[in-house]
Design a protein around this ligand. Structure first.
Ligand SMILES: [Zn+2]
Length: 295
């Protein structure tokens, strides 16, 4: 079994990269390229006023930039860690204000339908470290983290009557693609009986995963290690994906689990998904609102 340890990235740490202009960027992931031991860093680029596209260089933004305003982008690049200069504290203004910071960000600059525009900073997919509290692991133990992938699909077991049964499978996504494709590495977790709610069937495994998130000590090959992990991704088709995302069926008015497009606008290829996306933190608020309205 292949195991990789994941490095921890802080949500607040934005780094300064040594490039032509001393760019800013935020670490989104730490990558290892195939079999080499080279570690690369994936960076979300952050613009200073000077880097903004011409149409966005307003007086208002110029003034903001003098107060320390920067602009986030959707643009990512992969760099070598030796290009990292230093750490810079930047306050993303949709989260609690930092006690001290050098810069702040209010807007995301992005390119859509042939032009540059901005959207508010809260319309972004938060990095997991922004909403997950990291459990402390005991020092001096090697840490093994599991990235779990749950895969759900419905199938008809009978030839004539359609009584769909859902299969739930588990994969460990730390494995390489070739290993994941092997039949022995698909772990069958169980089946969702016809007309049963998948939430109910998934309850026990969710509890187990929550245990795993807390982490525990284990002995592997005569060595004490700290094992933790969590659910990284759910793979499924459209109907099941909507169910897991808590979104109505895909033929409802707002039936997309990624964005808020209306059923009548599905033909619109210029629809701004970034602005009208379903962002996890926004969806959680909506779900809380619905629950409050019911009680
Ligand atoms: Zn959509």
């Amino acid at each position: 079994m292949m195991l990789f340890t994941f490095l921890v990235i802080s949500s607040r740490i934005v780094i300064k990269i040594q490039m032509k202009h001393g760019m800013h960027g935020r670490i989104v992931s730490i990558l290892r390229v195939d079999d080499t031991q080279d570690t690369c860093i994936k960076i979300e680029r952050i613009f200073e006023f000077g880097l903004l596209p011409l149409v966005l260089k307003s007086k208002h933004r110029k003034a903001a930039s003098n107060d320390g305003c920067l602009w986030m982008t959707d643009d990512t690049i992969i760099i070598n860690p030796i290009n990292i200069l230093s750490k810079v504290d930047i306050w993303l203004s949709d989260i609690n204000e930092l006690s001290n910071y050098q810069y702040f960000i209010n807007e995301i600059v992005y390119y859509i339908n042939g032009r540059w525009i901005t959207r508010p900073i809260d319309l972004r997919h938060q990095h997991p470290v922004e909403y997950i509290t990291i459990q402390n692991s005991p020092p001096n133990l090697p840490i093994y983290k599991f990235f779990l992938d749950i895969y759900i699909d419905k199938f008809g077991p009978f030839r004539n009557a359609y009584h769909a049964i859902g299969g739930i499978y588990l994969q460990i996504s730390n494995m390489k693609q070739v290993l994941r494709q092997k039949f022995k590495n698909h772990f069958l977790y169980g089946f969702i009986p016809y007309s049963a709610a998948s939430d109910e069937v998934l309850q026990p495994i969710i509890k187990d995963i929550q245990e795993l998130e807390k982490g525990y000590e284990l002995e592997i090959n005569n060595q004490r290690v700290w094992v933790s992990g969590g659910l990284g991704v759910i793979t499924s088709d459209l109907p099941e994906g909507n169910k897991q995302a808590g979104v109505k069926n895909h033929n409802a008015n707002y039936g997309c689990c990624n964005c808020m497009i209306h059923h009548n606008d599905l033909h619109d290829i210029f629809f701004n998904i970034a602005k009208h996306g379903r962002y996890h933190h926004k969806t959680m608020l909506q779900i809380a609102d619905v629950k409050n309205a019911q009680t």
